[in-house]
Design a binder for this molecule. Structure first.
Ligand SMILES: Cc1cc2nc3c(=O)[nH]c(=O)nc-3n(C[C@H](O)[C@H](O)[C@H](O)COP(=O)(O)OP(=O)(O)OC[C@H]3O[C@@H](n4cnc5c(N)ncnc54)[C@H](O)[C@@H]3O)c2cc1C
Ligand SMILES: *[C@@H]1O[C@H](CO)[C@@H](O)[C@H](O)[C@H]1NC(C)=O
Ligand SMILES: *[C@@H]1O[C@H](CO)[C@@H](O)[C@H](O)[C@H]1NC(C)=O
Ligand SMILES: *[C@@H]1O[C@H](CO)[C@@H](O)[C@H](O)[C@H]1NC(C)=O
Ligand SMILES: *[C@@H]1O[C@H](CO)[C@@H](O)[C@H](O)[C@H]1NC(C)=O
Length: 454
């Protein structure tokens, strides 16, 4: 019997707007296989297609051959094997926040595996290890582990970002100087590989898979096992704005040098302090802002004077300078910039896109964010070279220029050629190891995007 979706495709015939880069034959092979194996999926003909196919970065839209909506690891295996049979590349999607829309392929005609149904969060009370589904959003993650025993993880600020892309490729937030990058907190993974096998990987078992999960396009992480920490009892949320710092190049240089001297001062700076510098042409803002795990009294008496004494200008005496003590969840909510950390699993996706995606589509001003990764007592720089396929543990500052970004896989930049991407994201040594692992783990290059290792 012909599965209904195939029949429909056959009836609509050549007028069907199939993605240009794939043949109808391979799409039909894929859809037939998905249907035979009862893998939930949507296609161009599904009424809710746009809802699933819309990219967060509205400037880079691509049309997948199909999108699967697995609810079990077996569905993921079948998605991968069906794509392999049809010779269609595969990319998983977690939060969909890839700057280059790589979860939608970075080109037309891929199979997207949408992980939105892998959204459970369970903290083991004895070890503090959280088992987290590959489709969980950061905001829901923070709320979930807070509710299950006041736990916390180091990660980025935007509640809608997914663990799938974020934790695998680094994952920085102000709390990373205390807890490490997202990936430093991964103690184990359940991964579906290119051959469809579901394996558990950690520092002892399937070591290569564990190591390579920090790179791109090696498998689909179904569950992360993340070592949580106790949430700090209170957080000081602080911002100093220096209006005179952008009055000239030398003023900016002197201000930044002052901030850097402060950042290196081990008598006041330890893992409890995380911060960054934002520079923007709009209202010529030079702000230094961050979080401190401690009380406002300690902040005011030690940290504030150490910073202000090094900067040649006084901070603005207005609402752009702000110091307040809040609880952990309030701190994350303020950093996230939305009224709540909760991200709807599905429903109001378009509302979200209109609020955030459209803003991303037409940047009318530029800004740069310079975050402190290293410095005294940073828990990011304590990780050894061999820990993961990630090359940024020794960074001091990490700079993002919008709309241009730096060479960190979570700030993936589609304008790089493959060769540039390899040298900037990984470096020569790491690249060599990744090529070898790709040959073993994904010899037919099933998981791929325009900058992934081949
Ligand atoms: C508004 C915004 C704010 C941000 N803030 C920060 C921040 O504060 N700190 C920071 O470090 N970064 C930040 N980022 C960057 C963000 O971490 C990356 O874009 C991240 O890769 C997005 O992950 P995702 O799961 O949402 O994206 P997706 O587009 O779903 O995935 C990104 C990449 O990871 C792959 N992938 C997704 N899920 C899996 C999985 N389960 N297994 C294997 N591979 C997978 C995808 O195929 C794709 O190639 C921000 C990005 C945006 C758009
Ligand atoms: C279509 O795909 C099937 C399955 O992959 C293959 O056996 C067949 O030869 C293909 N036909 C054409 C015309 O490419
Ligand atoms: C510029 O800054 C002002 C005041 O902070 C803000 O209201 C406005 O939205 C900003 N404009 C842009 C384009 O970001
Ligand atoms: C901390 O310093 C800020 C800025 O000078 C001030 O507004 C605030 O009242 C101080 N808080 C405490 C508790 O000392
Ligand atoms: C800051 O502004 C307030 C009024 O807005 C004023 O009372 C105070 O003296 C100012 N402080 C400094 C240091 O200029």
């Amino acid at each position: 019997m012909i599965p209904p979706i195939i029949a429909l495709l056959a009836l609509t015939g050549p007028s069907l707007a199939l993605p240009p880069s794939i043949s109808t034959n391979s799409t039909l092979t894929l859809l037939k296989c998905l249907t035979t194996n009862a893998v939930p999926h949507v296609t161009l003909l599904s009424p809710n297609w746009a809802e699933y196919a819309t990219t967060f970065n509205a400037r880079l839209e691509y049309t997948p051959a199909a999108i699967t909506l697995p609810t079990t690891p077996l569905h993921i295996s079948h998605s991968i094997l069906c794509a392999s049979q049809a010779r269609i590349p595969v990319q998983p999607k977690s939060g969909g926040h890839s700057y280059a829309s790589y979860s939608t392929g970075g080109r037309n005609g891929i199979l997207q595996i949408n992980l939105e149904n892998f959204n459970s969060i369970a903290v083991d009370g004895a070890t503090g290890i959280a088992k987290v589904g590959g489709g969980v959003r950061l905001g829901n993650l923070a709320l979930g582990i807070w509710e299950q025993g006041r736990r916390a993880l180091g990660h980025g600020t935007c509640p809608g970002v997914g663990v799938g892309g974020h934790f695998t490729h680094g994952g920085y937030g102000y709390s990373s100087r205390a807890f490490g990058l997202g990936l430093d907190q991964i103690v184990g993974l359940d991964v579906v590989l290119a051959d469809g096998r579901v394996v558990y990987a950690d520092e002892r078992e399937n070591v290569d898979v564990y190591y390579v999960s920090a790179a791109d396009a090696f498998g689909v992480v179904v569950n992360f096992y993340l070592q949580t920490s106790p949430a700090p009892p209170q957080v000081v949320q602080w911002t100093f704005s220096f209006p005179e710092a952008l009055s000239s190049v030398s003023a900016a240089v002197e201000t930044f040098k002052g901030v850097q001297m402060f950042a290196l001062d081990g008598t006041v700076v330890d893992r409890n302090l995380g911060f960054g510098v934002t520079i923007s042409n709009n209202a010529t803002v030079f702000t230094v802002h961050g979080t401190f795990f401690g009380t406002i009294e300690t902040f005011n008496s030690t940290i504030m004077p150490a910073l202000l004494s090094r900067v040649p200008y006084a901070p603005a005496n207005d609402s752009n300078t702000l110091i307040e003590e809040v609880d952990w969840i309030t701190s994350l909510t303020l950093l996230g910039g939305a009224p709540t950390l909760e991200v709807p699993l599905h429903g109001s996706y378009f509302e979200y896109i209109l609020k955030e995606g459209v803003r991303a589509k037409a940047p009318v001003s530029w800004f740069a964010i310079i975050n402190l990764y290293g410095g005294p007592d940073s828990q990011i720089t304590t990780k050894t070279e061999g820990f993961a396929a990630y090359s940024g543990h020794d960074d001091f500052w990490v700079i993002q220029n919008f709309p241009e970004h730096g060479a960190y896989l979570n700030y993936v930049d589609p304008t790089y050629t493959r060769a540039e991407a390899y040298s900037l994201y990984y470096g020569v040594e790491l690249y060599g190891r990744l090529v070898a692992l790709k040959k073993t783990l994904d010899p037919s290059n099933l998981f791929s995007n325009p900058q992934s290792i081949i």
